[in-house]
Design a protein around this ligand. Structure first.
Ligand SMILES: NC(=O)c1ccc[n+]([C@@H]2O[C@H](COP(=O)([O-])OP(=O)(O)OC[C@H]3O[C@@H](n4cnc5c(N)ncnc54)[C@H](OP(=O)(O)O)[C@@H]3O)[C@@H](O)[C@H]2O)c1
Length: 216
């Protein structure tokens, strides 16, 4: 499968790219800094330069053209509200338009667990980020594409052990970035898994088995 990974250089994306390459996929990774191109190539991926703060619909269309699937795992990561608006809110919406225009059907989006702000004082910036993620989720869910929205709990910078809790409704918790990457890879191996929002935390069920519980 030809897969474009948006956020390929991030904590989740940089773990996902080698997993997909290892599984035999042709991986294309978006990057915004020139030096990241070599790192992507070393991982066996094809670099595609682009800055989500600058890209227009035509740039998104060029990036997705000829792909079988797109993974959106970029995030502004506390850079500010303007960046969150653009990257966490607008970018998945524009991606949907580009995929519809180019006839690319499969989209896996990394969003956020709805309870991420529960039981603590959150900043206006965090609240704005959550609203952007929700806005993007709505656009994806209404898109008619073969979408899956993953909603991980608090991300931990570890490779993980391949065991998770994945359910339509799950208790809040942490999850290793490597396990999120493994879940994305497993979603791509399951074309029947679509039109689902999957809440994802660390757990004790192998990621593939956890996703197979979604089979109706
Ligand atoms: N932090 C949490 O606890 C948490 C919880 C749930 C969900 N999430 C979401 O999970 C997803 C993956 O998280 P992560 O930890 O992998 O994030 P990360 O390590 O911060 O990586 C973010 C990715 O987005 C890219 N990006 C940021 N701004 C960009 C721009 N202007 N143009 C192009 N690419 C840009 C980054 O590129 P560079 O390498 O160039 O910076 C990087 O590849 C994000 O959507 C995040 O919002 C996070």
């Amino acid at each position: 499968m030809k897969v474009l990974v948006i956020g390929a250089t991030g904590g989740v994306g940089s773990r996902l790219v080698p997993m997909l390459v290892e599984s035999g996929h042709e991986v294309h990774g978006l990057h915004r800094h020139p030096e990241q191109a070599k790192a992507l190539q070393r991982q066996g991926a094809t670099p595609h330069a682009g800055d989500l703060m600058e890209m227009q619909v035509a740039d998104y269309r060029a990036a997705v053209r000829g792909m079988d699937a797109v993974v959106f795992s970029a995030g502004a990561g506390g850079a500010g509200e303007a960046q969150a608006s653009r990257i966490d809110g607008d970018a998945p919406e524009v991606m949907v338009q580009a995929m519809q225009a180019e006839g690319v059907g499969r989209l896996v989006v990394v969003s956020v667990f709805p309870e991420a702000g529960r039981a603590r004082q959150v900043s206006d910036t965090f609240e704005h980020y959550m609203a952007c993620k929700k806005r993007a989720d709505v656009a994806v869910a209404r898109s008619g594409l073969d979408w899956v929205i993953l909603r991980p709990g608090t991300l931990i910078s570890e490779d993980g052990d391949g065991a998770v809790t994945a359910a339509r409704v799950a208790p809040y918790g942490d999850v290793a970035r490597g396990d999120v990457a493994a879940a994305i890879a497993a979603v791509l191996e399951r074309p029947w898994l679509r039109w689902e929002a999957v809440e994802l935390t660390d757990g004790d069920v192998p990621v593939g088995d956890a996703l197979d519980t979604f089979r109706r």
